[in-house]
Ligand binder design. Structure first.
Ligand SMILES: Cc1cc2nc3c(=O)[nH]c(=O)nc-3n(C[C@H](O)[C@H](O)[C@H](O)COP(=O)(O)O)c2cc1C
Length: 364
C-alpha cells in the first residue's frame, strides 16, 4: 500500500539530499500498481477556465517537471497536475546543490533554474497519454540563454496545444535572471498579445486551450494593478498566485539555510501569497478564476486560500514534509466544511474573505 510504504520511506528519504530524494519519489511513482481511489464526491467538483475539475487540489509546477508521472499523481487523488516548467530546448539548470529543505520551518528553498528535458521529450510523454483524460496542464518558460524569450513562449504554446488541458505562462521564477522582468507592464503587454494570438492560431486545429499567468508574490500593488489590467485586456483565462518568494520572513528559524539564494516555499510563504491572492481577487472582479498556491500544508490553510479567492488550490512543499496523504485529508475536510456550512459546492466559499484580508496589516 502507498500509505504504508510512504510512512516507512519518508524518514529515509529525508536523510538524502533533497534532489536525490525527489528523483527517488518520481521513480516510485512510475512503479505499478497504484491504489485505486473511489471517485470524488460531485460536491468537490469545480468548473473553471472552461474545464471540469473533479476536485480543487492540484500538484503545483516543479514536482513533475518533465511529464513523467502525471497519471500516477491523478491516480493518487489530485484534481489536476501541472507539469513543467518546460523550456523549448533542454537545459541543465544551476549547479547542485540547488534544493534545500528547512526542516524547522517545513520550508524549501530552490534555485533549480528551469532544469528541463526540453519540449520535444515532454511532448512525447504528454501526447502519448493525452486520450487518457484527467486535467494535465503545462507550465512554460523561456530558455536561460534565449535571444527572444517571448518567441519561446509562443513556440511552446504552438507545440503543446493538442496535448494539454491548460497553459501556465511562468513569468515569475526567481531563478532565471531577468525572467521576472516579463511581469513589467509594457513587456507583459507584448508577451500576452503574442501568446493569445498563438493560442488563437492553434485553436483553429485544436480545441481552445486555456491560458493562465503565474505571478510572483513579490510584486508591489501598483505592479499587480498593471498585471491584472493586462490579463483582463488580453482576456487570459486565469491567474496562478503565485510562485516562490525571494523574501526571507524574519520568523524563519533555519537562519543559516535561509541565506541560500533562491525561491522560498512552504508555510513561511503562506501569509504573503494569500494576501497577494486576495489582492488579485478583488482586482479581477470575477473576470476569471484563480489558482491559489503558496504554503498550503493543512486543510485549514486550504480553506483560507479558497476564502481568499482561489477557485482551485495547488501545493508542493507540504508533500515533502507531510507526504501524499495530505491530499486525501484536505479533500475530506473540505467536504466536511461544505456540509457544516450547508453549502452545495466549493464555489460558494470562493473569495468570501478577500475584502477583509486586503484590509489587514501587510504581512512580513
Ligand atoms: C523544488 C521546487 C521546484 C519548483 N519548480 C517550479 C517550476 O518549475 N515552475 C513553477 O512555476 N513553479 C515551481 N515551483 C513553485 C511551486 O509550483 C509553487 O508555486 C511554490 O512552491 C509555492 O507552493 P508550496 O508552498 O505549496 O510549495 C517549484 C517549487 C519547488 C519547491
Amino acid at each position: 500500500m502507498i500509505t504504508g510504504l510512504e510512512g516507512l520511506a519518508r524518514p529515509l528519504l529525508r536523510l538524502l539530499d533533497a534532489e536525490t530524494a525527489h528523483r527517488l519519489a518520481i521513480g516510485a511513482l512510475k512503479l505499478p500498481p497504484h491504489v485505486k481511489l473511489t471517485a470524488d464526491d460531485p460536491r468537490l467538483a469545480v468548473r473553471a477556465f472552461g474545464l471540469n475539475f473533479p476536485n480543487p487540489i492540484g500538484m503545483a509546477a516543479g514536482f513533475d517537471k518533465h511529464g513523467e508521472v502525471p497519471d500516477a499523481l491523478l491516480g493518487l487523488g489530485f484534481g489536476f497536475v501541472e507539469v513543467g516548467t518546460v523550456t523549448p530546448q533542454p537545459q541543465r539548470g544551476n549547479p547542485r546543490p540547488r534544493v534545500f529543505r528547512l526542516p524547522r520551518d517545513r520550508a524549501v528553498i530552490n534555485r533549480l533554474g528551469f532544469n528541463s528535458e526540453g519540449a520535444a521529450a515532454v511532448l512525447r510523454r504528454l501526447a502519448s497519454r493525452a486520450d487518457r483524460g484527467g486535467i494535465v496542464g503545462i507550465n512554460i518558460g523561456a530558455n536561460k540563454d534565449s535571444l527572444d524569450r517571448i518567441a519561446d513562449y509562443v513556440r511552446l504554446i504552438e507545440t503543446f496545444a493538442p496535448a494539454v488541458s491548460y497553459f501556465a505562462v511562468n513569468i515569475s521564477s526567481p531563478n532565471t535572471p531577468g525572467l521576472r522582468d516579463l511581469q513589467q507592464a509594457s513587456t507583459l503587454d507584448v508577451l500576452l498579445a503574442r501568446v493569445m494570438e498563438a493560442r488563437a492560431r492553434v485553436s483553429r486545429t485544436a480545441a481552445i486551450t486555456p491560458v493562465l499567468v503565474k505571478i510572483a508574490p513579490d510584486l508591489t500593488l501598483g505592479e499587480l494593478d498593471d498585471i491584472v489590467g493586462a490579463a483582463r485586456r488580453h482576456r487570459v483565462d486565469g491567474m496562478i498566485v503565485g510562485n516562490t518568494t525571494v523574501a526571507r520572513p524574519a520568523t524563519l528559524r533555519d537562519r543559516t539555510l535561509a541565506a541560500e539564494p533562491g525561491g522560498l516555499s512552504g508555510p513561511p510563504l503562506f501569509a504573503l501569497a494569500t494576501r497577494m491572492l486576495a489582492e488579485t481577487y478583488v482586482r479581477v472582479e470575477g473576470a476569471f478564476d484563480l489558482i491559489g498556491v503558496g504554503g498550503i500544508d493543512s486543510s485549514a490553510a486550504a480553506l483560507m486560500k479558497i476564502r481568499a479567492g482561489a477557485s482551485l488550490i495547488a501545493l508542493y512543499s507540504a508533500l515533502v514534509f507531510h507526504g501524499l496523504r495530505l491530499v486525501g485529508r484536505i479533500k475530506s475536510d473540505l467536504f466536511s466544511a461544505l456540509r457544516r456550512e450547508g453549502l452545495g459546492a466549493i464555489g460558494e466559499m470562493v473569495g468570501l474573505d478577500a475584502a477583509a484580508i486586503t484590509a489587514e496589516k501587510w504581512p512580513i
